[in-house]
Each structure stands twice: as structure tokens, then as C-alpha cells.
Design a protein. Structure first.
Length: 164
């Protein structure tokens, strides 16, 4: 069984210029400045849509983070191991193509990696705003710590769920 930390991609999704909607990108930037295992890659996916398929398909494990307007309190974190496009929350309005569309295309092509998705609830999209609200930034820091722990082999329960 392949070890997740040997070939994992962390993919941050979002628009950095839309406040909390850019939380995935914020996390990717912080992780890229940290100390990850040699086989781990980090990608600021922005709102790349289908352009992200190549990077995702080249890794057997993909950890993603994205914001969602789901009515939950800002900063609420959900961890999802999606197997189908319907497992993804609805796309944010600033994305050209949602994660559901990308996953659906990879499913059809039979190139879908194992995915762990962190979804962070946001209250709204703040156009032309750089930075995160305190609740969303605290959630981002929590996710960063968990991802670093996961890749260091400490979060065995999460690794086991991805290896199944």
C-alpha cells in the first residue's frame, strides 16, 4: 500500500481577492512555506477548474481545501472523503467550474485520485478584499496543523480512510 505522504498533493481552491472565499489559497500558501515531507506537493489552485485536472491526476492522494456558503457558522470545518461528484458542496459563485465538474470529468476518465476535502464555511464573499475574517483564519490554522500532522504520520485515522 502506497504511503500518502510519499505522493500527495495539497490543493487550495479559492479567489484570494474575495476575502474568506480565498481560504483554500491561504492554506496552500502557508503550507508551501512550512516543512512538508519530500513527496508532498502544494498547489495554489485559485479558481482553475479543469486546468487542475492534470495536477490532480498525477497524484494518487489529493488533499483539498475550499470555502462554501452552506449556512453554517463562519469557520465551521467539515472533512469529507468524496467518492462521487455529488459528495461535494455546491460551488462558490466565483469559481468558473466547480469541484463537482472536475471530479465528474475525472470519474468518467477513470483517473480520480483518493481525495480528502476540507470545507470551511464562510458567511459571505467579500469582493476586492484580501485577508480572512478571524473565524475563518482560525479554521485555516486548524486545518494547516491537521494536514502537517497527517503528513507526518500522526493522524493515522485520516490516512487509513484515504488508503481504503
Amino acid at each position: 500500500m502506497e504511503d500518502i505522504k510519499d505522493n500527495v498533493l495539497f490543493l487550495g481552491i479559492g479567489n484570494y481577492l474575495m476575502g474568506d472565499e480565498g481560504v483554500g489559497v491561504f492554506i496552500a500558501q502557508k503550507l508551501s512555506n512550512g516543512s512538508l515531507p519530500p513527496g508532498a506537493a502544494v498547489l495554489d489552485g485559485g479558481t482553475g477548474g479543469f486546468h487542475l485536472m492534470g495536477a490532480m491526476e498525477s497524484h494518487p492522494f489529493v488533499i483539498m481545501a475550499d470555502a462554501t456558503l452552506d449556512g453554517r457558522p463562519a469557520g465551521t470545518i467539515r472533512r469529507i472523503a468524496p467518492r462521487f461528484s455529488s459528495d461535494f458542496p455546491r460551488a462558490m459563485s466565483t469559481h468558473d467550474v466547480g469541484l463537482r465538474d472536475v471530479v465528474e470529468a475525472m470519474s468518467i476518465r477513470e483517473t480520480l485520485p483518493k481525495i480528502l476535502l476540507y470545507v470551511i464555511s464562510v458567511e459571505d464573499v467579500q469582493p476586492m478584499t484580501i485577508g480572512l475574517t478571524p473565524a475563518v483564519e482560525a479554521a485555516a490554522e486548524e486545518i494547516i496543523a491537521e494536514v502537517e500532522s497527517l503528513l507526518a504520520g500522526v493522524q493515522a485515522d485520516i490516512v487509513a480512510s484515504l488508503n481504503n
